[in-house]
Design a protein around this ligand. Structure first.
Ligand code: SAM
Length: 359
């Protein structure tokens, strides 16, 4: 079957509504079987359903969605169940039902195959479409902000990323028609990122994606939002340094430059406090972070960070475990690491966390 099918919405709804009044299960199934047959042969057309004179009457549906819905009706054993599925298909075509935090049409939820809902994310390779590239050591893969934005934002919402780095979040904002404000402490990185974002061509004129140089523990986020024409944010997406694993700079305000775990967590907590008020109630805060080893001991940075957020007025909604691709350095030393793991009684990091909190 083709990827998508254009139908005359009114004729199709009329067909389905009439079908919902038929009393004989076999008659209903007979008509639907004929419909599938027409779809397969791309014939035009028994009920005029696949023929639209007026383009405004047309509705484009993924072929698999329609086929799946019709097959489900054909599989039923009772007329009541059949009517239930017919009605669901009518709703799916005629009404949009969303929750308050995204644009997913719940009446057509089966179409969103690419949106993850499991707590284990195995993302095999980096998406390097658009202006994404991996020039920045310590960036995250674009699929992370993409998944989070699709689940937790609507078009035109504002995403704030207080550890913006190379702007992966901001580029994804431009791809998904979301606004983005990023803050990055390192001036050179922020400037380079700013240039890349501005240079990327995207088709959404009203969308703003900007990066500012600053310390996210101190910067006035209200003023920052105001400066760019926003009053509040709908998603906070935080990808802080994994303490000192990658030393981003020597700046004492840099989370990666903190000598001790306590000051690292303290600064992280300040960023949580400093961003709290700009987030709309019921909206989400996502934190992406991995753990580290120190002197042969596993330091569960992820869980410390989680506790730090839970001291504030957030509710934990999910903990996602995401696979972690080998960095180039590690790949070269793979055998050495394996030997060390076997000898030292530890496991090699292969995962990081995405914590989801609701305000
Ligand atoms: C893990 S990286 C984020 C990478 C980003 N997600 C990307 O895809 O490029 C963390 C970033 O936080 C920045 N940073 C550290 N302390 C900061 C602070 N107090 N305020 C703002 N940015 C800070 C670092 O310079 C680094 O670029």
């Amino acid at each position: 079957m083709s990827d998508s099918i254009t139908l005359d919405k009114h004729r199709f709804l009329k067909f389905l509504t009439e079908l919902g009044t038929v009393d004989s299960l076999s008659d209903v199934k007979g008509k639907l079987t004929l419909l599938i047959d027409i779809m397969h042969r791309e014939k035009k057309d028994l009920y005029g359903i696949f023929h639209t004179d007026n383009p405004d009457d047309g509705v484009i549906l993924p072929g698999d969605y329609l086929k799946g819905e019709i097959e489900q009706i054909l599989d039923t054993k009772t007329i009541e169940r059949t009517r239930y599925y017919i009605n669901r298909l009518i709703q799916g075509i005629s009404k949009v039902k969303t929750n308050d935090v995204n644009d997913i049409n719940l009446n057509r939820w089966k179409e969103y195959d690419s949106i993850l809902t499991d707590s284990l994310w195995i993302l095999p390779k980096r998406d390097s479409s658009g202006s994404h590239s991996s020039w920045y050591w310590g960036n995250f893969i674009p699929q992370i902000p993409r998944q989070l934005m699709l689940r937790y934002t609507k078009k035109n919402d504002l995403v704030v990323d207080p550890f913006a780095g190379s702007g992966t979040t901001l580029l994804e904002c431009q791809h998904l028609e979301r606004n983005g404000i990023g803050v990055e402490l390192n001036k050179d990185i922020a400037e380079k990122t700013g240039t890349i974002i501005r240079q990327e061509e995207h088709g959404y004129d009203g969308i703003k994606a900007v990066i500012e140089i600053g310390d996210s523990a101190k910067i006035d986020f209200h003023l920052l939002l105001q400066k760019h024409g926003f009053r509040s944010a709908q998603l906070l997406l935080l990808h802080p340094p994994y303490h000192d694993i990658i030393p981003f700079s020597n700046d004492p305000r840099d989370l990666s430059a903190q000598a001790g775990l306590e000051t690292f967590l303290d600064l992280f907590g300040k960023v949580i406090d400093n961003t709290y008020d700009i987030l709309d109630t019921k909206r989400y805060l996502a934190v992406v972070i991995g753990d580290k080893y120190f002197k042969g001991e596993w330091i569960p940075l992820g869980f410390y960070i989680m506790q730090e957020v839970l001291k504030r007025k957030y509710t934990l909604k999910s903990i996602v475990v995401k696979n972690f691709e080998d960095t180039l350095g590690k790949r070269n030393q793979k055998e050495l690491w394996r030997y060390r793991a076997l000898a030292g009684g530890f496991y090699i990091f292969k995962h990081e966390y995405i914590f989801l909190f609701q305000k």
